[in-house]
Design a binder for this molecule. Structure first.
Ligand SMILES: [Fe+2]
Ligand SMILES: [Fe+2]
Length: 266
């Protein structure tokens, strides 16, 4: 991790103060996601350590990586001419609800969904981002989150093996979080669209597709999207299944060595 640094020597120019504000808002959202991932992973590591020290170590390392992202984002926000700012009302509500989750399987599921929409947003933002340092920041985040997604599915399986009755509750949580995250594209567009140039429809569509794809093919988890949800978002199961699953062991292996990961815009 610490061998990789952002080149902050080339300044960035914005056309207007509003454009700078939008960029700062975009990366503040990323900062909050990293901070939350870091805290939850380390808390879980403490708990899991009592029954599986190796899994706990894995969680701790994963949290450390989120901590590294947070550190990079702190420098990067300064370079943008901004800083870490207090959360807006939507973000605060999200994290407050999430912070109340106490069971490992719920925490891991929500985290996994956050990672999924995070990497979808970063990949879409890569389409328009021009400055090499901005592209580097987005690439680091996309690359590492693409490993965190299957990694969290592994954590989820481990958690479910100790809480086999949790599936119906998790499925309800999955559906509620799905709707909440797709709805969150509205406030996020108000704040950040000037920077990332992702129209709301496109972002909402990407969130719905990526979140629906997650567990479509993981029968043992029992949290596949309902046919009603798929219909409501005009998603077709067969079409979704054509895209490679982001949560398999193969996906994890492809993303495990960060030197070999090719990050592409979505
Ligand atoms: Fe991260
Ligand atoms: Fe992550």
């Amino acid at each position: 991790m610490h061998g990789e640094a952002l080149d902050l020597s080339r300044p960035i120019a914005f056309d207007s103060p509003e454009d700078r504000r939008a960029a700062v808002a975009f990366f503040n959202a990323a900062f909050r996601a990293e901070e939350s991932g870091l805290r939850q992973a380390h808390e879980l590591a403490g708990e899991v350590g009592r029954w599986d020290p190796e899994l706990a170590e894995c969680l701790a390392l994963y949290g450390d990586e989120e901590g590294w992202h947070r550190q990079l984002l702190t420098q990067f926000l300064g370079w943008l001419g901004g800083e870490v700012r207090p959360m807006g009302p939507t973000t605060r509500t999200f994290y407050r609800l999430y912070g109340r989750a106490k069971r490992m399987e719920s925490i891991v599921l929500v985290n996994l969904m956050f990672e999924t929409i995070g990497s979808a947003t970063y990949r879409l933002a890569l389409r328009k981002a021009a400055h090499p340092t901005v592209r580097h920041m987005l690439t680091i985040l996309t690359r590492d989150e693409s490993f965190h997604v299957p990694l969290n599915v592994h954590f989820l399986r481990q958690a479910l093996s100790r809480a086999p009755d949790a599936r119906p509750r998790l499925r309800a949580l999955y559906h509620a979080t799905f709707l909440g995250l797709v709805a969150s594209t509205a406030p996020s567009r108000r704040r950040a669209e000037r920077f990332d140039r992702i129209p709301r429809r496109q972002l909402a569509r990407a969130y719905a597709e990526q979140l629906a794809r997650l567990f479509l093919d993981e029968e043992d988890l029992g949290i596949a999207p309902s046919p009603l949800l798929l219909r409501a978002f005009r998603l077709d199961r067969t079409t979704l299944l054509r895209a490679p699953s982001p949560v398999t062991l193969e996906a994890a292996e492809r993303a495990a060595d960060r030197e070999d990961v090719a990050v592409t815009a979505l």
